[in-house]
Design a protein around this ligand. Structure first.
Ligand code: TPP
Length: 501
C-alpha cells in the first residue's frame, strides 16, 4: 500500500468521510485517489486558507471530522488559522498534507519546507496521538510515481471520539457556597447538542442570564434574559459561565474584578480570564445532565426588575434612530428568523445582535467562529457549515468580508437557494471606534487602526454571480427577497444616526 493509500485508509477508519481538496503536483496522487472513490464527499477549492475554514464549517455542520488535502510548501501553512480556530473550539479538523520524501528535508529543493511539525501544539501528529476532538495533521511523504485512477469503494467507519472526563462536584459546590451576593449565568457559544440541556437547567435555576446570540438559546429565555448593562457598576458575587467565552464588555470587566467568583464550564477547558477562576473541562450538556434537576435559586438582587427599564430605553432608541447600525441590525434580526440558519461573523455584529436583536423568536440554527476571534476565513466557514442548508443567512463586517474575498468560489458547490449574504458596510473596523482606550488618539492614529475603506462591493457580487441589494434604511428591507441564487445584501447604516445612538 502506498503512503497515500495508507493515510486515506487511516482517516476512513477514524470516521472521516469528507474531504476538501486543493490540488497540486505533490498531492496529485491523494487527490486522484479521493476523486476515484465512491462513498466520499469531495469538495474542491484552489485556496488552502479558505478551504481549511470551509472544512471547519463542515465539521460544525455535522460534528464529524473533515479533512483538507494540500500540496507541499506554503499551501500547508495556509491552514494554520483554521487549525488554531479548531483547536480552541475542539473540532476534529484534519490536515492531510503531501510532502516530499524524507531525504528532501532541509535540501532547499523546490516547494520543500519543514512541514512535519508546522502546526506546533495545535494539532496531533498521528492517528494514535489523536483523541478525535481537536485538529489532526497527517503529513504524507509522496513519491512521484504513477497515479492510479481506478474507481474504488470507500468504507467510512463510525466516528468514535474518545470522550473527555467530566466533573459535576465542582458545579454543585459553586451553588452550595452561598449566593446571597447574587449569581448570574453568562452563556457564550454552545454546540447544538448542548442547547436544550442548558436551556432547561437555566429555567430550573431561575437566575438572570446574559446570553450571546451564538448560544442558540437567547431568544427562548424570555424574562430570564437580562441586558449586560444591568451589571455596569453592579457586579454580582458569582458568575456561572457556560460554553465559549462571552463576547460582550461584561466578561472583560470580570478580569479587573477578581472578587467576583467565576466558574466556567466549557469544552476547551480554558478559563477565558487571566486571573483566578475555576474551570470544568467538559461538554456542557453532559455535566448538566450529571447534576439532575437543580433547586431553584432565582434572582436574589432584583436584577430582573433593573433590566426592564434598560430594555425599554434600548427599544425607544431603536425606534428613534431606525437607520443607525443598531436599528438596521434590529430589523435584520427580525428578517433573519425566516432563515434555516444564521451565522454571525465578527465581534461587533455579535455584540449588536446580543444587545439590539429581537428577543422573541429563536433561530433554527446559529453558528459563529469564536475560538480565536479571527476575522479571517469567516465566509468560508459559513459556506462549509451551511453547504447543504437552504435559506442560510450569514452576517459579516466589511473588513471581515474583504479578508475572505475568494470564499464565493465555493458557491457553485453549495446550496444557494434562499442564501442571503449580508455585509454591514460601515466603512472599516467600527468596533475600534467603541474602544474607550482609543478615544484620545489623533485622527491619523485612529484611522490606522479602524482602516476606513470605500470599496464598492456591488462589483464583487457581480464577479461571483450573486444577486445584489443595497439597503440604507429600514424601508430598504421591503425589497429583500432571496431567490435561487445567493443574494448579497450590502447594508449601509446611517453614520450620523449610529454615532447618535
Ligand atoms: C485575522 C485577524 N486580523 C485582525 C483582527 C483584529 N480585528 C478585530 S475586529 C477587526 C475589524 C473588523 O472590521 P469589520 O469586519 O469591518 O467589522 P466591524 O467592526 O465594522 O463590525 C479587526 C481588524 C482579527 N480579529 N483577526
Amino acid at each position: 500500500m502506498s503512503p497515500e493509500q495508507q493515510s486515506i485508509k487511516q482517516l476512513l477508519q477514524s470516521g472521516c468521510g469528507e474531504f476538501v481538496v486543493c490540488g497540486g503536483a505533490r498531492n496529485a496522487g491523494l487527490v486522484a485517489l479521493l476523486e476515484a472513490a465512491e462513498g466520499l464527499q469531495v469538495w474542491k477549492h484552489f485556496e488552502e486558507r479558505g478551504a481549511a475554514f470551509f472544512a471547519l464549517g463542515r465539521v460544525k455542520d455535522h460534528a464529524q471530522p473533515c479533512a483538507v488535502v494540500t500540496t507541499s510548501g506554503t499551501a500547508v501553512a495556509e491552514c494554520l488559522p483554521a487549525v488554531i480556530e479548531a483547536f480552541y473550539t475542539n473540532k476534529p479538523l484534519i490536515i492531510l498534507s503531501a510532502d516530499r520524501p524524507a531525504e528532501f528535508r532541509g535540501s532547499g529543493a523546490p516547494q520543500v519546507i519543514e512541514q512535519e511539525e508546522i502546526f506546533g501544539n495545535y494539532a496531533a501528529r498521528s492517528i494514535e496521538e489523536w483523541d478525535g476532538h481537536g485538529p489532526l495533521h497527517l503529513n504524507v511523504p509522496c513519491e512521484e510515481s504513477e497515479i492510479s485512477a481506478e474507481p474504488w469503494h470507500a468504507e467510512v467507519e463510525g466516528f468514535l471520539a474518545k470522550r473527555l472526563s467530566f466533573e459535576v462536584r465542582n458545579l454543585l459546590k459553586f451553588f452550595d457556597d452561598g449566593v446571597f451576593k447574587g449569581i448570574i449565568a453568562m452563556v457564550g457559544g454552545l454546540e447544538p447538542e448542548e442547547r436544550e440541556d442548558v436551556f432547561y437547567f437555566l429555567k430550573d435555576l431561575g437566575i438572570p442570564v446574559v446570553a450571546d446570540i451564538n448560544s442558540g438559546i437567547r431568544e427562548a429565555l424570555g424574562d430570564l434574559l437580562v441586558p449586560e448593562q444591568t451589571f455596569k457598576g453592579n457586579l454580582p458575587g458569582r458568575v456561572l459561565r457556560l460554553g465559549e467565552v462571552p463576547v460582550g464588555r461584561l466578561w472583560r470587566d470580570l478580569e479587573e474584578n477578581p472578587a467576583v467568583e467565576v466558574l466556567s464550564v466549557c469544552r476547551n477547558g480554558l478559563p477565558g480570564l487571566a486571573r483566578e477562576s475555576t474551570v470544568i473541562h467538559a461538554e456542557v450538556g453532559r455535566v448538566i445532565r450529571g447534576l439532575g434537576t437543580p433547586d431553584a435559586i432565582g434572582d436574589v438582587r432584583d436584577d430582573f426588575i433593573n433590566a426592564r427599564p434598560i430594555w425599554s430605553r434600548i427599544d425607544e432608541r431603536l425606534e428613534a434612530l431606525p437607520d443607525s447600525e443598531p436599528g438596521l441590525v434590529n430589523l435584520l434580526s427580525v428578517y433573519a428568523t425566516t432563515g434555516e440558519s444564521l451565522f454571525i461573523g465578527n465581534s461587533l455584529p455579535i455584540r449588536e445582535w446580543n444587545d439590539f436583536g429581537q428577543r422573541e423568536t429563536p433561530y433554527a440554527r446559529v453558528f459563529a467562529n469564536r475560538g480565536a476571534n479571527g476575522i479571517d476565513g469567516q465566509l468560508s466557514t459559513w459556506l462549509g457549515a451551511t453547504a447543504e442548508t437552504p435559506d442560510s443567512w450569514g452576517v459579516f463586517g466589511d473588513l471581515t468580508a474583504l479578508y475572505d474575498l475568494a470564499a464565493p468560489a465555493m458557491l457553485p458547490q453549495v446550496e444557494q437557494k434562499g442564501r442571503v449574504l449580508i455585509v454591514i458596510n460601515n466603512g472599516g473596523g467600527q468596533i475600534f471606534e467603541k474602544l474607550p482606550r482609543l478615544a484620545n488618539l489623533t485622527e491619523e492614529q485612529r484611522a490606522a487602526i479602524v482602516q476606513p475603506q470605500e470599496v464598492r462591493l456591488q462589483s464583487w457580487a457581480e464577479m461571483w454571480g450573486m444577486d445584489y441589494l443595497k439597503i440604507e434604511s429600514r424601508e430598504g428591507f421591503d425589497d429583500l427577497e432571496a431567490g435561487e441564487r445567493t443574494l448579497f445584501v450590502e447594508l449601509i447604516p446611517d453614520a450620523a444616526q449610529s454615532d447618535q445612538f
